[in-house]
Design a protein around this ligand. Sequence first.
Ligand SMILES: O=c1ccn([C@H]2C[C@H](O)[C@@H](COP(=O)(O)OP(=O)(O)OP(=O)(O)O)O2)c(=O)[nH]1
Ligand SMILES: [Mg+2]
Length: 152
Amino acid sequence: MKKAIDLKILDPRIGTEFPLPAYATPGSAGLDLRACLDNTLVLAPGQTVLIPTGLSIFIGDANLCATILPRSGLGHKHGIVLGNLVGLIDSDYQGPLMVSMWNRSSDSFTIEPGDRIAQLVFMPVVQAEFNIVDSFEQTERGEGGFGSSGKA
Ligand SMILES: O=c1ccn([C@H]2C[C@H](O)[C@@H](COP(=O)(O)OP(=O)(O)OP(=O)(O)O)O2)c(=O)[nH]1
Ligand SMILES: [Mg+2]
């Protein structure tokens, strides 16, 4: 599904020096976000830093959100993940998109201005309207969880 989303360029390097977020292939789910830094940043082991992406979006549709997810290569090979594990962008948020970068490895990691640090994925949202009840319709699982079905 395609959907037009308003995007504000906050840092003039976006769209000039650094490409605008774009889907790398026709089947891509994520748009890479870039570090809009003024200088090289060295993330020490264990350190967490909030990095601007140089843009803001306004989704404007309560049935939609965006998530900020780690890039698998950075996470798996270098231990560079998100300080909040997953970023959730509300449909009414209009501020700058920020990425919390966490170096969970035991080595320093260098981020250069313009580096692709995370990815933005749009997703559908269902807002619940709670129906207060005393009991639920019975299911096979019932209240079983947390390994109730065994291991193998
Ligand atoms: O990685 C992130 C996560 C969130 N946000 C922005 C968009 C989101 O809509 C807003 C609030 O995020 P969230 O609700 O997760 O944070 P909170 O700690 O509950 O803050 P608030 O009290 O503002 O809701 O911050 C980002 O820019 N990057
Ligand atoms: Mg919140």
